[in-house]
Design a protein around this ligand. Structure first.
Ligand code: GLU
Length: 442
C-alpha cells in the first residue's frame, strides 16, 4: 500500500517552526516509502482564513523543497462533507443541540463544582421531533454533535507514543457543525483523510485527544482508520513553549540568513535520537527517517544551534546552488575559497570585496614594511603563488609561522583572519597583489 501523508495547515497565520517541522516529517515519511505527501488547506473557517496566508504556506513549502504531490482546499469540498454528514444523520451518529455557550459554561461549572469531569450531559438527545419542530418555528437553529460510542474503549497503537487508551465515557460528544451550518475542524478532517486515502496521520501531540474522537468517526463512516503518530511539541532553547517560537516564521529565518537546507537538517532530526548531520540531503534524511526514533520529551529548538548548522551547510553548498546569489563576476574557485569562512551566504560580499579591492590598508612598522617590500619583489606568478612566495621569503628572511604569514595576510587582505591565502591569492591576481604589497611597504 502506498504511504500517503498530509500536512493540513489552517491559513489563519504564517507557518512557524513547529508547523514546518510537522510538514517536513510528513514529507520525510512519505518519501521514505516512495509515497505521496499531500497539502490540505484547512480553510473551512471563512472568517479567519486569508488568501495571503495560503500563498505564504505555498511559498514556505517551496522554499524548503517540500513540494506537495497533491493539494486540496477544504473550502472546495463542502459537497463531500454534506454527503458524509447526511450518512451520519441517517445512522443517528450526529444529533441536534441548542445550548448556548453560556448554558454550556454553566453546566461545566456545576459539574466541576461537584468534582465531576465537565462532560456534556447529552440532554439534547432527550428532545423529541416535536421539540425540534417547535424550536425551528421559533427560529432556533441547532448545532450538531457527534454521538460517541461509549461502550467500547478507544485504543490505538501510536507510532510515537505507543499504545493509547481513552475511555469514551470520559469524553464529551464533540460539536462538529455550528448553527450557521459551518464546519468545525474535526469531521471534515476525517472525511478528507478517508477520501484522499491518507494512510498515516502524523501531527503534534496537541491532537491526541482529537484522534480518540476521530477514530470513532472513521468507524462511523465505515472506513478503516489510518495509522496515527503524535510528536512531542517543540519548545524554545529555554525549555518553554516560548511566544517567540510560536511566531518564528520562515520569513524571519530567511532574513536572518538561514538556508532551507539548514532548517531541514535540524528539524528532520529534532525530537529524535538521531544526530543532526549537515552532510545528509533531504533524500538521505528521508531514507533514515524513523518514527520509532522519536522521544516523548518536548523537542528543544535552539536558534544558536540552527545558525551553527547553517554555517556547516554553507561550507558544503556547491557553486551551482549559490551562483545566482553571488556578487557579479564571482566564480567557482572564489566560492570554494571563501565558503569555509561564511556562517551565512550574504557575508560573501565582504570577502569578495577583499578579493577585488580596494581594501583598507593598515600602517606597518619599519621592519614589517621592509619585509613586505621584499615580498613584493619576491612575488612570482605560478600555479601556487602563495607557497612559492612564502617559501622564498622563509628562505630569504628566516621568518616562519605567524611572523611570516600574518604581515602578508594583513597586507594582502587588510585583515588578520580569512580564507586560505593559497586559494585567495590567485583570485586577487598578480598585479593587484603586488600593488597591495608595495602600498603596504610604503
Ligand atoms: N488544521 C489542523 C491544524 O492545523 C490540522 C490538524 C491535523 O493534522 O489533522 O491543527
Amino acid at each position: 500500500m502506498t504511504v500517503i501523508t498530509r500536512f493540513a495547515p489552517s491559513p489563519t497565520g504564517h507557518l512557524h517552526v513547529g508547523n514546518i517541522r510537522t510538514a517536513l516529517h510528513n514529507w520525510l515519511l512519505a518519501k521514505k516509502h516512495g509515497g505521496c505527501f499531500l497539502l490540505r488547506i484547512d480553510d473551512t473557517d471563512g472568517e479567519r482564513s486569508r488568501e495571503h496566508f495560503v500563498d505564504g504556506i505555498l511559498e514556505d513549502l517551496a522554499w524548503l523543497g517540500l513540494v506537495p504531490d497533491g493539494q486540496v482546499r477544504q473550502s472546495a469540498r463542502f459537497a463531500l462533507y454534506e454527503a458524509s454528514f447526511a450518512r451520519l444523520v441517517a445512522s443517528g451518529r450526529v444529533y441536534r443541540c441548542y445550548e448556548t455557550a453560556q448554558e454550556l459554561d454553566l453546566k461545566r461549572k456545576v459539574l466541576l463544582g461537584r468534582g465531576l469531569p465537565p462532560i456534556y450531559d447529552r440532554s439534547a438527545l432527550q428532545l423529541s421531533e416535536a421539540d425540534h419542530a417547535t424550536k425551528a418555528v421559533s427560529g432556533e437553529k441547532p448545532h450538531w454533535r457527534f454521538l460517541l460510542d461509549r461502550d467500547v474503549p478507544i485504543e490505538w497503537q501510536d507510532g510515537i507514543r505507543g499504545p493509547q487508551h481513552f475511555e469514551p465515557g470520559q469524553m464529551s460528544d464533540p460539536v462538529i457543525r455550528r448553527a450557521d451550518g459551518s464546519w468545525l475542524y474535526m469531521l471534515p478532517s476525517v472525511i478528507d483523510d478517508i477520501a484522499l486515502g491518507v494512510t498515516d496521520v502524523l501531527r503534534g501531540e496537541d491532537h491526541v485527544s482529537n484522534t480518540a474522537t476521530q477514530l470513532q468517526m472513521f468507524t462511523a463512516l465505515g472506513a478503516a482508520p489510518p495509522r496515527f503518530a503524535h510528536e512531542a511539541l517543540l519548545t524554545g532553547a529555554e525549555g518553554k513553549l516560548s511566544k517567540r517560537l510560536g511566531s518564528l516564521g520562515m520569513g524571519q529565518l530567511r532574513d536572518a540568513g538561514i538556508e532551507p537546507e539548514a532548517l531541514v537538517a535540524l528539524l528532520a532530526r529534532l525530537g529524535t535520537s538521531d544526530p543532526v548531520d549537515p552532510k545528509l540531503d533531504a533524500a538521505a534524511l528521508a531514507a533514515s527517517f524513523e518514527l520509532t526514533h522519536f522521544g516523548r520529551a518536548p523537542a528543544r529548538f535552539d536558534e544558536v544551534e540552527l545558525h551553527r548548522i547553517n554555517a556547516a551547510i554553507v561550507h558544503r553548498l556547491p557553486y551551482a546552488r549559490v551562483a545566482p546569489l553571488l556578487p557579479q563576476g564571482m566564480g567557482e574557485a572564489a566560492w570554494e575559497a571563501i565558503r569555509p569562512n561564511l556562517a551565512h551566504i550574504d557575508e560573501v560580499a565582504g570577502w569578495w570585496q577583499v578579493v577585488t579591492g580596494p581594501i583598507d590598508q593598515r600602517e606597518f612598522g619599519t621592519e614589517t614594511r621592509e619585509f613586505l617590500g621584499q615580498a613584493a619583489k619576491a612575488l612570482r606568478w605560478c600555479e601556487d603563488p602563495w607557497h612559492a612566495l612564502t617559501g622564498a621569503l622563509k628562505a630569504a628572511t628566516g621568518r616562519k609561522g605567524k611572523a611570516l604569514f600574518l604581515p602578508l595576510r594583513q597586507a594582502l587582505t587588510g585583515l588578520d583572519h580569512g580564507p586560505d591565502m593559497a586559494a585567495l591569492l590567485p583570485l586577487i591576481g598578480e598585479a593587484e597583489a603586488r600593488a597591495r604589497l608595495e602600498r603596504a611597504a610604503g
